[in-house]
Design a protein around this ligand. Structure first.
Ligand code: ADP
Ligand code: MG
Length: 366
């Protein structure tokens, strides 16, 4: 079932004269595709949780509409929406066993949905099996690892067979190895159940690796949405370019003159657009060591990473101290003095307006 958000807006009132109204979410328009895993991605405070909590019904929007399929659920209470939620803090009941925790949401069902104890246990066992904790049902949460606790929380969210699964930074409390493993698990569970899922995270790598689609947010606004690779390959603005990718995109001050892109004194590539100052983003994989290349940088060190090498360099026009190029491991820099030359891969170079940060697109075809 798709989820449609129409002009969804949330303003929190300030608490005093100096504390102004916060617009946490600003005219959010989006359709979360049915049966897909969509990542809501952005820095802390950009409004991700507020969007999620409005979808679940925990927070009422100030303006706008929420549809589940064709049904307007904007005014429907959370219990009636059929959503399962998982939070960063697993929020398990410490005095209940794993089974008791998973069953809990089923015990409050009323009317025709009411279940017998046996039915509840059967459903809980099914959910536990799905998240692979069927051997832990009699344990207490204090006897579980973080990863296991989060699985219990996911099983508890799934046991009522929700139409929508909402995950708010579910991996943030786990250590690095478990984070990796649990994110694969979430992907598997989502595929197996086919539940429309919204996954909130501030971690771009996490979102990129498991989501069918990502929505990049900043200050309550959608900056860009699309398939992860699409957004990475073609960022609409400087913020999105910088937010996606590790190592991050390298940003330089540049200038376009006579259809050529300059960084410092060097005309690094053809760029047919109107003259003016620009910001240039070059992905680390966009550099090709080339003694005849047009772009030179100061070489500092080479980090060997197995499959690839990373050249750590600097440039007077770069926004950050270090400029990183990722090159194949057999690439040997020819250093002239302390500088090394590159040609650039056009599709890995993004040019942005200095004023607005919006991408300036040109077609390279003659
Ligand atoms: P995220 O989940 O992306 O970190 P949030 O949705 O939690 O961001 O918050 C978005 C903005 O709304 C922040 O500026 C935050 O301080 C503000 N905010 C969130 N909840 C409340 C609240 N209950 N009262 C006032 N301001 C809030
Ligand atoms: Mg949050």
């Amino acid at each position: 079932m798709k989820i449609v958000l129409e002009n969804l807006t949330k303003r929190f009132p300030g608490r005093g004269k100096k504390d102004k109204t916060v617009t946490a979410v600003d005219k959010f328009n989006f359709e979360f595709k049915s049966g897909k895993l969509t990542g809501l991605l952005g820095p802390s405070g950009c409004g991700k949780s507020t969007v999620l909590n409005m979808i679940s019904g925990l927070i009422n929007p100030t303006e706008g509409k929420i549809y589940f399929g064709d049904e307007d659920v904007t005014c429907l209470s959370p219990e009636l929406r059929g959503v399962g939620m998982v939070f960063q803090s697993y929020a398990l009941y410490p005095h209940l066993t794993v089974l008791g925790n998973i069953i809990f949401p089923l015990q409050n069902l009323k009317g025709k949905d009411k279940m017998s104890k046996d039915e509840m246990i059967k459903e809980a066992e099914k959910a536990a099996k799905l998240v692979q904790i069927e051997g832990l049902l009699s344990r207490k949460p204090s006897e579980l690892s973080g990863g296991q606790m989060q699985r219990v929380a996911i099983a508890r969210a799934l046991v009522k067979k929700p139409k929508v699964l909402l995950l708010d930074e579910p991996l943030s409390n786990l250590d690095a190895r478990l984070r990796l493993q649990t994110r694969e698990e979430i992907r598997r569970i989502q595929k197996e159940t086919g539940i429309t899922t919204v996954f909130v995270t501030h971690d771009q790598e996490e979102a990129m690796s498991i989501c069918d689609e990502i929505v990049v947010m900043k200050d309550g606004l959608i900056n860009q949405a699309g398939m992860p690779q699409e957004v990475y390959d073609s960022p609409e603005n400087l913020f999105v370019a910088k937010f996606l990718g590790t190592p991050p995109v390298n940003v330089f001050s540049g200038e376009v003159k006579n259809n050529k892109l300059y960084i410092g004194d060097e005309g690094v590539m053809d760029f047919p657009c109107k003259d003016g100052e620009v910001s240039v983003g070059i992905r680390p994989e966009g550099f090709e060591a080339d003694v005849n290349g047009a772009f030179s940088l100061k070489m500092h060190s080479v980090e060997v990473m197995g499959r690839d090498k990373s050249f750590v360099m600097s440039h007077e026009k770069a926004e950050s101290e270090a400029v990183r190029a990722i090159v194949p491991s057999d690439s040997i820099p020819e250093i002239d003095g302390d500088r090394v030359r590159f040609s650039l891969k056009k599709e890995k170079v993004f040019v942005f307006s200095k004023e607005t940060g919006e991408r300036i697109k040109v077609s390279y075809e003659a």
